[in-house]
Design a protein around this ligand. Structure first.
Ligand code: NDP
Length: 300
């Protein structure tokens, strides 16, 4: 079997079109405010593209940028102001934050009704209770990707590799809610290979290039690769069988790969996400989805 590719860009576009259509029907403009502290170049790109996407879909996208020297109290005061601003429906604070600021305190200070990242403890609790919630964007996006294959989730054995608060744990909760039988693996899991091999659905969210090998994938499994890793010539040999990646690596000196050995896993999988172009594009699309949902819940 050769896996069919789950086209994350196409599913993200579809989601965004849905969001834009919903905004047109709302009768008001939902507002998303992205807060960035400091000059981390990756954060700068993420925040800018989130605000830009919001505008593109008819939302009001605002960036609030503060210097690296901002104190925790100053940021908490800014969050309070945004919580109280009726025109702001969604607040997101781009992580990481500078060392003097406790990210946990900041997340806890966001009004759960405006927490479009779904990281506030109230939202984490609601998610695990199976109640309506602003779910974290990356795992919510993965659910859409799995649904796009039309493969039923109910009754399937889903193996999630990774247990972070932003991907692995909410991923497992969302799959459980849809009646999958869920196994969560992590760095202390014994016999990882044999567990992953039982997965009808495998979600890899580790951050270790190519750790999920082809032989770990059961025939016909749906494979979702959340990992994004930039690798250099040190991986040339392990990528030798993957013509497309090898070509890019030779040309650019580095290449993006996931946690899954895509070329080999695709030989066993029924469906598989590429990196890039799989899970990545879904995250921003789901953020827009959450902002509109937050706006509807709060204002209607
Ligand atoms: P974290 O580093 O927070 O979590 C990684 C998880 O992987 C941990 O639970 C860790 O276990 C587990 N792990 C580490 N080594 C192993 C191993 N050898 N075997 C099994 N499990 C292992 O990462 P994130 O969840 O934040 O992100 C994971 C990946 O997804 C990264 O590559 C990140 O870049 C990417 N990502 C992509 C997004 C997208 O939009 N596409 C969004 C968010 C993340 P333990 O808990 O025991 O330490």
């Amino acid at each position: 079997m050769t896996g069919r590719i789950i086209d994350g860009k196409a599913v993200a576009r579809e989601t965004e079109e849905e969001v834009a259509a919903e905004v047109r029907l709302l009768g008001f403009q939902p507002g998303l405010t992205a807060v960035r502290v400091g000059n981390d170049p990756a954060s700068e790109i993420y925040v800018r593209s989130k605000a830009k996407k919001a505008e593109e879909l008819g939302l009001r996208g605002e960036q609030r940028v503060f210097p690296d020297s901002m104190s925790e109290d100053e940021l908490l005061a800014e969050i309070k102001r945004l919580n109280e601003d009726p025109s702001v429906d969604g607040i997101l604070v781009q992580l990481p934050l500078p060392r003097q600021i406790d990210a946990r305190k900041v997340i806890d200070a966001i009004d759960p009704a405006k927490d479009v990242d779904g990281f506030h403890p109230v939202n984490v609790g609601l998610l695990h209770l199976g109640r309506p919630v602003l779910a974290p964007c990356t795992p919510a996006g993965v659910m859409r990707l799995i649904d796009s294959t039309k493969i039923a989730i109910e009754g399937k054995h889903a193996v999630v590799i990774g247990r972070s608060d932003i991907v692995g744990k909410p991923m497992a909760a969302l799959l459980l809610q849809r009646n999958a039988t869920v196994t969560i693996c992590h760095s202390r899991t014994a016999n990882l290979e044999s567990i992953v091999r039982q997965g009808d659905i495998v979600v890899a969210a580790v951050g270790k290039p190519l750790m999920v090998t082809g032989s770990m994938i059961r025939q016909g499994a749906v494979v979702i690769d959340v990992g994004i890793n930039r690798v250099g010539p040190e991986l040339a040999q392990r990528l030798a069988h993957d013509e497309a990646k090898s070509r890019l690596l030779a040309k650019n000196g580095s290449v993006l790969v996931g946690d899954v050995d895509y070329a080999r896993a695709a030989e066993a999988a029924s469906w598989i996400t590429p990196v890039p172009g799989g899970v990545g594009p879904m995250t921003i699309a789901m953020l827009m989805r959450n902002t509109v949902t937050a706006a509807r819940w709060r204002r209607q």
